[in-house]
Design a protein around this ligand. Structure first.
Ligand code: ADP
Length: 481
């Protein structure tokens, strides 16, 4: 199950990632636009400089150009002045053929030079700028400017620059973001995970406390209400109120069960004594005898149910005490084995008993342990069909004693296994309640209580159709044997 902490962190990371992405994209777009503006300004200054210089030099050298017809000095002067321009610079004549390429332009690849000079054919009518894409040089931003006042020869000037050629251009920004972005993101996720953990810590503490409280026996306890006065504090107050209500209704339920079973006990005893007495009367007709027999059976079942209910109610209230004294468990198990053999004989089930050769002494409440053993073996016989087997065994492991009751009976479905120790739980009730396996579903709840009241535990393993094994472990208290 994905934890809330992880979910919060993932959402945080998604939100942060989206923010970084949007912010980065905006920054990138803005940087791109401003780098174009930056380049355009530079190109304009350079083109304007070239235009003014050509104009000026035409006035100085004009006579010479016209006289010599070659313009050598002008050419040299152009070269001397324009070689230093850092961007690409092209001067063209009035037809659009280039007159001069500065040094960076001459170093460009041929296709790029072609593309740039083509921009001057025909010469532009007005100053404008744009971008061309060259597969080798990348994006080239250009600005072309007509020159009308530099003699009959010069037509226009074009300056161009790589769009990447600005200090900290968009590409630099992108590279930095790709480099730093993941680091920032990972760092923030780690911090987010840590913070989510801290924020949810009170919730975790509350859950642990609540788990300990709702095990059924600790409903008198309450959650600690955090001093913070925040949502967690309010939650704790609400949960405490709910536990208090639960505690009250559990208490009244327990009281009712205890009172009702107590009140039922005496009339049931009187009834049973009456029926037993009636059964011993001579000359009772056969039908009446049968009816009385059945009544006695039902009365016995009811007394057992009432006894069990009373015991569990007392256990819940903490009033069920154990009369603990050293007992020989081997004798207890062997006794129960005899009863089981009798039950097995009636049901066509073979019963085997396996106990150690020597007495096994343990301080226990003998009558409770007898009840535990009887519950397990009667169940084993009850849920094992004719021809099956039931084995009762006791093993002394030194630090603990292990009682095992196994059978080759109907088994318990995996879905029922976790519930069979619950009160009134009966697997497949339709099969057993009305049929030949009467019961109340309280036996195992009591068995578990007895095992735990002795500091021990009970476990079950079962395979439907193959059989069931109950294992009770009773710890041997430390001390002299
Ligand atoms: P019940 O009075 O119904 O026997 P228990 O508390 O003793 O009540 O047992 C609860 C349920 O556990 C029974 O209804 C039965 O379905 C199942 N169960 C107990 N022991 C065995 C067993 N040895 N084999 C198969 N099912 C069993």
């Amino acid at each position: 199950m994905p934890s809330l902490r992880r979910r919060v962190t993932v959402w945080y990371a998604v939100a942060l990632g989206a923010t970084v992405l949007v912010f980065g994209t905006a920054l990138y777009v803005e940087r791109r636009q401003s780098s174009v503006r930056e380049i355009d300004q530079r190109l304009f200054i350079e083109a304007d400089f070239a235009r003014r210089w050509l104009n000026e030099s035409y006035r100085v050298y004009a006579g010479q150009v016209i006289r010599g017809g070659e313009g050598r000095e002008l050419e040299q002067a152009i070269a001397a002045n324009f070689e230093g321009v850092r961007d690409f610079l092209v001067v063209s004549d009035r037809r659009g053929d280039y007159l001069y390429l500065n040094e960076p332009t001459r170093r460009l690849n041929f296709a790029a030079v072609e593309a740039l000079t083509a921009l001057l054919t025909p010469p532009p009518a007005a100053t404008d700028s744009g971008t061309i894409v060259d597969p080798v040089e990348g994006n080239l931003r250009f600005l072309r400017m007509p020159i009308a006042d530099a003699g009959p020869e010069v037509g226009a000037v074009l300056v161009a620059a790589r769009t990447s050629d600005v200090s900290f251009g968009p590409e630099d920004l992108l590279r930095s973001m790709l480099l730093i972005g993941p680091v920032i993101l990972l760092g923030s996720i780690a911090v987010g995970y840590f913070l989510a953990g801290r924020a949810l810590a009170p919730l975790r503490a509350m859950r642990d406390e609540l788990e300990a409280i709702t095990d059924g026996r600790s409903l008198h306890r309450r959650l600690a209400v955090p001093m913070s006065g925040d949502e967690f504090a309010r939650l704790a107050v609400t949960v405490n109120a709910t536990i208090a209500r639960l505690e009250r209704s559990f208490a009244s339920l327990r009281r009712f069960t205890a009172d009702a079973s107590h009140e039922l006990k005496t009339p049931l005893m009187v009834l049973r004594a009456g029926v037993e007495r009636a059964l011993t009367q001579p000359g009772i007709p056969a039908e009446s005898l049968e009816g009385l027999d059945q009544s006695l059976d039902h009365l016995n079942q009811m007394s057992e149910l009432v006894d069990n209910l009373l015991m569990l109610a007392r256990a819940d209230e903490g009033r069920a005490t154990l009369a603990v004294e050293p007992c020989d468990l081997r004798a207890l198990v062997a006794d129960t084995g005899e009863t089981a053999e009798m039950l097995g004989e009636a049901a066509g089930v073979r019963v085997t008993v396996d106990v150690p050769p020597d007495p096994v002494m343990l301080p226990v409440d003998a009558s409770r342990i007898r009840q535990l053993l009887l519950n397990l073996v009667t169940n084993a016989v009850k849920y094992t069909p004719n021809g099956g087997e039931v084995g009762l065994a006791l093993a002394d492991l030194g630090h603990e004693l292990v009682i095992t009751v196994r059978d080759t009976g109907v088994g318990i479905a995996a879905g029922d296994l976790p519930h069979i120790f619950d009160r009134f739980y009966r697997a497949d009730p339709a099969r057993s309640r009305a049929g030949d396996r009467p019961g109340t579903g309280l036996g195992l709840a009591i068995t578990k209580w007895i095992a735990e009241a002795h500091g021990g535990e009970i476990a079950v393993q079962s395979r439907p159709g193959r059989g069931t094994a109950f294992t009770v472990r009773l710890p041997r208290p430390p001390g002299p044997a």
